[in-house]
Design a protein around this ligand. Sequence first.
Ligand code: NBP
Length: 494
Amino acid sequence: MKKADIGVIGMEVMGRSLALNMESKGYTVAVYNRTGEKTKAFAEGPAKGKNIIPTYEIKDFVEALESPKKIMLMVKEGAPVDAFIETLLPFLKHGDLIIDGGNSFFKDTIRRNKYLSEKGILFIGTGVSGGEEGALKGPAIMPGGQKEAYKLIEKIFKDISAKAYDGEPCVDYMGPDGAGHFVKTIHNGIEYGDMQLIGEVVWFLKNTGMRADKIADIMARWNDKNDILCSYLIEITADSMKQKHQGSDEFLVDRVADITRMKGTGTWTVQSALELLVPIPTIAAAVFSREMSQDKNLRLEMSKKISLTFNGFANNPEEIIDVAHDALYIAKISSYAQGIALLTAASSAYNFNLNIGKIAKIWRAGCIIRAQFLDEITRAYEANPDLPNLLAAPKFAAFVSSNIGKLARFIDMAHKCGVPTLAMSSAFDYILQITSAVMPSAQVSALQRDYFGAHGYFKINSDSPELMVNNEGKIREFHTEWLLPTRPEREITR
Ligand code: NBP
């Protein structure tokens, strides 16, 4: 019997769909699952008559593979990945390749890459985005690991990946060890931000009195291919909001509970941001909002204890829709700017050597945040790979400077009818902060820290907001002796 080109372990929705996708591109695929019944159901169901080899023992699975053996794990992240690595090791030889395609924590991937390298086994940690449909028809793939490992899998990945409108496959080598899983994590963080921003805009429109089907029509308009907001998430919002509740005239969205659960990647994005000292308030707001959404009982109780009163605003539907559209676009730019800032910081902290333009390019199709907008990001970074922040790209800077008032107006209107906008507000404030030559409150708190803890402070020039430096260009630091009656100021040298 012909040996398999690749093996897939994990016969849940992602593993099954990827195996079928690979087979449809002409590859023979061996499959295995811890619980054999799932392999059997797959073999006798969707895989029947196809070049898919079901196996029920790890030894048989590995023996079914062509050398060098390529094994893709599509199992739950964490302990199951380590368990499978240990089970596979006795059957593998120098130069064989294990690929972890689950949503693993990037630091686990760095650890596994090192561990397996020492044993002569190649390892790729890759993000696979697009859910079940993407895995089946073409996902965006973000692989990280040794370059020679990527070479072994490059053709298969290119064949099975989504293709952008210009025909380019949505896969590229991201960088060493944990780079692929880190990029996937930040992709998901940005996805959280997008979903929260859209949710807040929809909820605001609903609170101005619009029905779900009217909002669905607005979303469908915003998904026109010439609209700056055109994206998969806007498309599925339009589609799902039209859905009626089973056997009734109500819309499903009006009956779905306001609880959004989550797995690990949003939290990991925020943890990384905290570790790398990169502010990502909008993505953090999206994670915090999901946490608040899960506290349903507390919110029910609090809503009975405190009743807030709002006066509303003059309701002009055309103006509201225009303001909401441009506000959402600006907030989206702000949120992506934050995610990209985190990618850039991680790139130098972990030596990932990430190429932001290339990442935006592979996110154009297949993945959840796919949008035409990503083309603009690619162009911005191709024109200037050293952009200090996405907001500095000339096209985005121009749009944001002329329309920032609409985001302010959106937040104002939303608050006037009692709609919380944690993500939209933080997107607005991020833009205000990053464009402030002098940040409000920071000077006061710098002084407070020196007052209570003698922590020192820097100074700005009397005639400009630039930092005061000495003749060698070194930033000067000062301390005031607050407890002495004359409060003398002295320069600190460290
Ligand atoms: P799940 O994340 O639900 O994982 C199910 C698989 O993990 C099954 O094969 C199961 O085997 C195996 N498994 C578990 Br659970 N515990 C195990 C253990 N202790 N030892 C060995 N195997 C174990 O499947 P999925 O939704 O297909 O996702 C697969 C990976 O892809 C995950 O990392 C997920 O985060 C990632 N991902 C999912 C999506 C999506 O939309 N679902 C999208 C992108 C990435 P069993 O059948 O014997 O229990």
